[in-house]
Write a protein that binds this ligand. Structure first.
Ligand code: ADE
Ligand code: ZN
Length: 338
């Protein structure tokens, strides 16, 4: 009998939220090959096994190089719909009740795929998941930080007809050398448009980038935030402002942000009073979806039942759902722990 069985079963049963998920990072090799064939686009890898064997990363950039290559077969609205629906179907089976999804429009615009093609496919899948299962969602348009702020402004302009479908903006891609302050003006405009704001910070980048995200950009939450733990004043500030950190355990392991899951800092974050949450980032590349992330923490970190509840609670509270929706999910969560 697996000694972790009962905690894993509990984590699977919890109503969960996903707050840090790149839809292009859910592209499973099987689906990638099928869509490549459908669109008559060549892939650099001969077989799915050869592709999977390449998923060995030593840092963020190693991964990003493959991530941008993989998504290059997405051309039509139906491709974006199928990708999104496959992900939603998967996590519906894992009791994920609410998702907040990033997409990277610049990575598709640069290949000639129009903004409306991308967003219509993704949005229609989100709407269908709502109709089918009552799964709620938010859509986050992410700016690629290795590109210029002008490029981000151009993307925002393309997004203008679809702003009612977009709930927030984010900042992702290569972190080192591309601090949040590079995007100060575009985020200011986004905030004035009523969009929520989040940014990847402290994944590989220094605590200074987390400071910039909170003090200069004024983010509503921080994606990752691991390296905030190196700065005591920053920890205190994150605690005081009750900022949510969207932590991604399996991603951290695969990208060598942590070297062993037993050393993952998520329980330490909770002990420090930080609002850490569990998320899967790019599950097709990092070896697991939401429940796999919880299972790995349970197997390797000695995480306790109360901490599992806290993580799920933080996920609901840190989402951009209405107070009423949060209360509904919190009630269901608490009932499981009575
Ligand atoms: N884009 C997709 N996944 C990412 C990550 N973990 N960090 C930065 N950019 C990303
Ligand atoms: Zn990410």
């Amino acid at each position: 009998m697996d000694p972790h069985h009962s905690l894993i079963a509990l984590s699977e049963a919890m109503p969960k939220t996903e707050l840090h998920l790149h839809i292009e990072g859910t592209f499973e090799p099987e689906q990638m090959f099928a869509i490549a064939q459908r669109n008559q686009v060549p892939l650099q890898y001969e077989s799915m096994d050869a592709l999977k064997a390449a998923y060995q990363f030593t840092n963020l950039q190693d991964f990003l190089d493959l991530y941008y290559q993989g998504m290059s077969v997405l051309l039509h609205e139906v491709d974006f719909y199928d990708l999104t629906m496959a992900y939603l179907t998967k996590v519906h089976s894992e009791n994920v009740v609410h998702v907040e999804i990033f997409f990277d429009p610049q990575a598709h615009l640069s290949r000639g795929v129009p903004f409306d093609v991308q967003i219509k496919g993704i949005y229609n899948a989100l709407q269908d998941a709502k109709k089918k299962w009552g799964m709620s969602s938010k859509l986050i348009m992410s700016f690629l930080r290795h590109l210029s702020e002008d490029s981000a402004f151009g993307t925002l302009e393309q997004a203008t007809p679809f702003l009612s479908w977009i709930d927030g903006v984010g900042l992702d891609s290569s972190e080192l050398g591309h601090p949040p302050e590079k995007f100060l003006r575009v985020f200011e405009v986004c905030k004035n448009l009523g969009l929520k704001v989040t940014a990847h910070a402290g994944e590989e980048g220094p605590p200074e980038y987390v400071w910039q995200a909170i003090e200069q950009i004024g983010v509503d939450r921080i994606d990752h935030g691991n390296r905030a733990l190196e700065d005591e004043l920053l920890i205190k500030t994150l605690q005081e402002r009750q900022l949510t950190l969207t932590v991604c355990p399996l991603s951290n392991l695969k990208l060598c942000v942590v070297h062993d899951m037993k050393d993952h800092p998520i329980t330490h974050m909770l002990q420090l009073g930080l609002n850490a949450t569990v998320n899967s980032d790019d599950p097709a590349y990092f070896g697991g979806y939401m429940n796999d992330n919880y299972a790995s923490l349970i197997r390797h970190t000695g995480i306790q039942k109360t901490e599992l509840q806290q993580l799920a609670e933080n996920g609901i509270n840190g989402s951009w759902m209405s107070k009423q929706e949060k209360t509904k999910h919190l009630t269901a969560l608490f009932a499981l722990f009575l």
